[in-house]
Design a protein around this ligand. Structure first.
Ligand code: M6R
Length: 606
C-alpha cells in the first residue's frame, strides 16, 4: 500500500523517480506526487495530483525541472480522501522539507494537537503531515542533521511506516526509515535509490541492500549509511536481484495480468527446479522439522486459498494435522501455539501486515516458522527460521495469478518434504508425485493453448448479477479462488461453495439462468460422481453450468477441458480457466484489469 521512491545521483532525478512510480503504481493509485531539490536553499519543487500517475504526468507535460535528487509517492488512501491536498509529499511550513510515507501513524491525533499548539499549520487530513512537522522541529534541534532528526522522530511514532525525507538545504541527501513497512536500497554507480521494492530501480541497478526493522538509512550519490534508532551503524545484507527489467514490463501483452497468466508454465517450472526429490538442505538449515505436533498455515486472500489446498496435501502425505488460518483472525484471538507448532506463513509480497503480525505472535510463543514467499529481501522471510521461495518473478497485476500457482507448488513440496522427514512418504509415492509435478508446466501450457473460446463464452455472462463456483476437496478452495478473482476484477457478486454444502442453504441462490462454474474432481476420483450429482441439483433449479474437468459432463451447458492430473494437483490446472474468466469479464465490463478499484497489491496496513 503506497509506493515510495527516492533518487540521488548524476542523472536528472525526475526521470528515475517517475520511472520508479510507474513500476510501483500497483501498490496504490489514489494519487501521485514528486518533490525535487531544484534550487538548494530555496523552497522545494513539488507537484502532486489526485488519481493515477497519468494525471500527474499530464500536469507535468514537458516541464523537466533540473534536479539531481528527489522523492516520489503513489498513494493508497487511508487517512484523508484521495485529493490533491492529501497527496504526498507533504511539506513543512517553510516548504523546504518534504516527506512521503507508507503505513499508518497511530498516534497522529495527539501529535497533531501538540504541533498545532506549537504553531504548525496543517493543510491535509493525513496522519503523515504530523510527521513532517515533527521532523522539521527535530531537524532544527539537531542543527540541520536530517538523519539524526529522523531517528528521534521515529522513536516518537506508533504504528507502521516507511518514511523518506529531503531538505532543500541538503541537496543530494535522502533519509529514510522503516518499521513494519518495506524499504530497500538500490546501489548504483555514482547514484543510489530508495524504494518500496526493487522493481522501482531494477532498470538502473540489480544490486540491493535489505533494511531491518527500525533502521534509518541516509544516502547521497556516493554514500549509504544505515543505523538503528540509537545511531549505531548497521551493516545491511546485500543481495543481487535475479530478474531483469523486462520481467516487470508487459512484454507485448495488453495487461500485466494476462502476461502473468501466460507466464505460469515457466513460474511453476522455476519453482519446481531441483526440489521434487527433497528440499535443498540450504532451505531447511535454519529449522528443525522433527517432533512437530501440528502445522498452522497463515495467510490472506489468494495466499490463504493456496494454504487451504496445502492442507489436503500436507495432512495426507505428511500425516499431520494442519490448520489454515486467516492471518487477520489468527493474530487477534490468542491461539494455542508452542514450540512443537510449525507455522507456515504464505505471502507473495512478504509484507502483508496481518500475515507478518500473526507470524510474529506465533514466533513469540515459540513456534517454528517456515515461510513461503515470492519476494527476496522482504520482511516475512527475513523474520522466519526458514523460507521456501517461490520463483514466480515479479507479479505486478493486483490480482494474483502466477504467485498462486507457485504457492500451490510450494505447498506440495512442503507436504512431500515433511512426509519424508516424518518417514511416512514412500519412495514410490515420492516418485509418482514428483513425476506428476514435473508434468504440470506442459499441462498448463496445453490449457493456455486452448483457452481462447472461453473468452467468448465469458462474455455471454457479462450482464449476470452473480456467479457461483462449486468444488469438492481441493476443488473447494479452487472455487473460492475463482470467486475472489471475479469479485476483484469484475466487481460482480461471486461466491465459492463446497458441493456438499449446497443443500444446507446456498442452493436457494440458484435461479433461472444463474451461471454456476463447477470444478469437477478428476475422473479418477470417487468424488467425481458426487459432484456430478450436485451439478444435476443446480441444473434442475435453472442454473447454467460450466464444468471444468478432465472429461466432458453431459449435464453441463458448457465444458472446459483440462488435462488429467493427481487429484491434489488439479487446482494448478483448474484455476487457469478461472483466471481467464475473471480477466475477460473485467474487460467485458470495462474495468481496469491491472489496477481494480479500491485495491492495492501489497496490504501493508491492517
Ligand atoms: O502478498 P500476499 O500474498 O501476502 O497478499 C495476500 C493478499 O492480499 C492477496 O493474495 C490478494 O488477495 C490478491 N489481490 C488476490 O488476487
Amino acid at each position: 500500500m503506497c509506493g515510495i521512491v527516492g533518487y540521488t545521483g548524476k542523472a536528472q532525478a525526475l526521470s528515475p523517480v517517475l520511472e520508479g512510480l510507474r513500476r510501483l503504481e500497483y501498490r496504490g493509485y489514489d494519487s501521485a506526487g514528486i518533490a525535487l531539490v531544484v534550487t538548494p536553499g530555496a523552497p522545494l519543487w513539488i507537484e502532486k495530483r489526485a488519481g493515477k500517475l497519468a494525471n500527474l504526468e499530464e500536469t507535468l507535460g514537458a516541464n523537466k525541472p533540473d534536479a539531481h535528487s528527489g522523492i516520489g509517492h503513489t498513494r493508497w488512501a487511508t487517512h484523508g480522501g484521495p485529493t490533491d491536498t492529501n497527496a504526498h509529499p507533504h511539506l513543512d511550513n517553510e516548504g523546504k522539507l518534504a516527506l512521503i510515507h507508507n503505513g499508518i501513524i497511530e498516534n497522529y491525533v495527539e501529535l497533531r494537537a501538540e504541533l498545532e499548539k506549537r504553531g504548525h499549520v496543517f493543510k491535509s487530513e493525513t496522519d503523515t503531515e504530523s510527521v513532517v512537522h515533527l521532523l522539521s522541529d527535530a531537524r532544527k534541534a539537531h542543527n540541520g542533521d536530517l538523519a539524526a532528526a529522523m531517528r528521534e522522530v521515529c522513536s516518537q511514532l506508533r504504528g507502521s511506516f516507511t518514511l523518506l525525507a529531503i531538505h532543500a538545504d541538503e541537496p543530494g541527501r535522502i533519509v529514510g526509515a522503516r518499521r513494519n513497512s518495506p524499504l530497500v536500497v538500490g546501489v548504483g554507480q555514482g547514484e543510489n535509490f530508495l524504494a518500496s521494492d526493487v522493481s522501482a530501480f531494477i532498470a538502473y541497478t540489480k544490486h540491493a541492500l535489505e533494511l531491518g526493522q527500525d533502521e534509518v538509512v541516509d544516502i547521497t550519490s556516493s554514500s549509504i549509511v544505515v543505523t538503528d534508532l540509537a545511531g549505531t551503524i548497521i551493516t545491511p545484507r546485500e543481495y543481487e536481484i535475479s530478474w531483469d527489467a523486462s520481467a516487470a514490463e508487459r512484454g507485448g501483452f495488453p495487461h500485466f495480468m494476462l502476461k502473468e497468466i501466460y507466464e505460469q508454465p515457466k513460474s511453476i517450472a522455476d519453482t519446481l527446479i531441483g526440489r521434487t526429490a527433497g528440499l535443498d538442505p540450504e532451505i531447511t538449515a535454519g529449522i528443525n522439522l522433527e517432533g512437530i505436533s501440528k502445522v498452522v498455515i497463515i495467510a490472506c486472500g489468494t495466499a490463504y486459498h493456496a494454504g487451504l489446498v496445502g492442507k489436503y496435501a500436507i495432512e495426507k502425505w505428511a500425516n499431520i494435522a494442519v490448520d489454515v488460518e486467516l492471518a487477520s483472525e489468527y493474530r487477534y484471538r490468542e491461539p494455542a501455539v508452542d514450540g512443537t507448532t510449525l507455522v507456515i506463513p504464505i505471502s507473495q509480497s512478504g509484507e502483508t501486515m496481518d500475515t507478518l503480525m500473526a507470524m510474529r505472535y506465533a514466533r513469540s510463543h515459540g513456534a517454528r516458522v517456515f515461510a513461503v514467499c515470492n519476494t527476496n529481501g522482504s520482511t516475512i522471510p527475513r523474520e522466519s527460521d526458514a523460507v521456501l521461495y517461490t520463483h514466480a518473478g515479479p507479479e505486478i497485476a493486483v490480482a494474483s495469478t502466477k504467485a498462486f500457482t507457485a504457492q500451490l507448488i510450494a505447498m506440495y513440496l512442503i507436504g512431500l518434504h515433511l512426509g519424508r522427514v516424518r518417514g511416512v512418504v514412500s519412495a514410490e509415492l515420492s516418485a509418482e508425485i514428483g513425476q506428476e509435478l514435473a508434468e504440470l508446466p506442459s499441462k498448463v501450457e496445453q490449457i493456455l493453448e486452448t483457452v481462447e473460446p472461453l473468452r467468448a463464452l465469458t462474455r455471454q455472462f457479462r450482464d449476470s448479477t452473480s456467479m457461483l463456483f462449486l468444488g469438492r476437496n481441493v476443488g473447494y478452495p479452487t472455487a473460492l479462488e475463482g470467486a475472489l478473482k471475479l469479485k476483484e476484477l469484475a466487481y460482480m457478486h461471486a461466491e465459492g461453495f463446497a458441493g456438499g454444502e449446497l443443500k444446507h442453504g446456498p442452493i436457494a441462490l440458484i435461479d433461472q439462468g444463474t451461471p454456476v462454474i463447477a470444478i469437477m474432481p478428476t475422473s479418477r476420483s470417487p468424488l467425481h460422481e458426487k459432484m456430478a450429482s450436485n451439478v444435476m441439483e443446480v441444473k434442475a433449479r435453472g442454473a447454467v453450468v460450466i464444468a471444468i474437468g478432465d472429461a466432458d459432463l453431459d449435464s453441463a451447458a458448457h465444458n472446459i477441458r483440462i488435462p488429467t492430473s493427481h487429484e491434489f494437483l488439479q487446482p494448478v490446472l483448474a484455476v487457469v480457466p478461472l483466471q481467464v474468466i475473471a480477466y475477460e469479464m473485467a474487460i467485458a465490463r470495462g474495468n481496469d484489469v491491472d489496477q481494480p478499484r479500491n485495491l492495492a497489491k501489497s496490504v501493508t496496513v491492517e
